[in-house]
Design a protein around this ligand. Structure first.
Ligand SMILES: *Cc1c(COP(=O)(O)O)cnc(C)c1O
Length: 239
């Protein structure tokens, strides 16, 4: 366990250096960017070590794994983010531990999240996931609404009890005009964010960038980066 902590500390330090360097290069203050460590496929014991090392934001993408992990770490002061495709039958469970749901991409999910938040007497911060490769009216292969769905979802979230509109999230697309063009993809997301903020000034979170492309995201103006592999190591298989 001691070795694992040393390993995680070294990885975290490297990621921290990358974020700081990217902020400096972009003329941004380091505290404008929040690191969220994506702990999917890794055990609760790693979450505990990360907390000891100062991590306060963690993310998961499957409720089946996240719910027991969050329960095992309930004594720690951590903000749990849910970043995976979310089925409405999992919403009640997710609303019991997550403070932020970053993958809101359809109206049906908004009403389910609202009902669950009210029932749990919690406030859920919702980010709208944007699929930059989705056609008008569709969703992306990895979740997310087409850009022309943002406004309707934002209005729905903002008008729903128990929910707070936090901002936007994206995963750099593997297909379409932005495939392999992370910088351009994140800049596009920032354009959508500035349009969103015209109507919803408090919805200023922009979640973009992962292990491979966090510099591009920081440069484009992301406020939250979601880093898994670079902190915890290469994941065994899917996830
Ligand atoms: C797994 C995952 C990440 C982290 O990806 P890494 O490449 O391991 O840093 C970020 N965002 C989402 C939505 C993920 O599912």
């Amino acid at each position: 366990m001691k070795d694992r902590k040393t390993e995680l500390a070294a990885n975290l330090a490297r990621v921290e250096e990358r974020i700081s360097a990217a902020c400096a290069a972009a003329g941004r203050a380091r505290d404008e960017v929040t690191l969220i460590v994506v702990t999917k496929t890794y055990p609760a014991s790693d979450v505990r070590l990360l907390h000891e090392l100062g991590v306060r934001h963690v993310a998961e993408n499957r409720d089946q794994d996240a719910a027991p992990k969050a329960a095992a770490c309930a004594d720690l002061s951590l903000t749990w983010h849910f970043v995976g495709q979310l089925q409405t039958n999992k919403v009640r469970s997710v609303a019991s531990y997550a403070e932020v749901v970053q993958s809101v991409d359809r109206i049906k999910l908004v009403s389910a999240l609202s009902a669950a938040a009210v029932r749990a007497e919690r406030e859920l911060t919702c980010l709208i996931q944007v699929a930059l490769d989705a056609e008008s009216g569709e969703r992306g292969a990895r979740g997310g609404t087409a850009p022309d769905g943002i406004e309707e979802l934002a209005t729905a979230v903002a008008g729903s009890p128990g929910l707070r509109l936090g901002g936007l999230m994206t995963v750099a697309p593997l297909a379409g005009p932005y495939a392999g063009r992370q910088q351009a993809a994140f800049e596009r997301l920032l354009e959508f964010s500035s349009r969103l903020r015209a109507d919803h000034p408090a919805a200023n979170m922009v979640s973009a960038g992962m292990s491979a492309d966090l510099e591009d995201a920081v440069k484009a103006g992301a406020t939250h980066v979601r880093v898994g592999t670079a902190v915890l190591g290469v994941r065994p298989s899917l996830g």
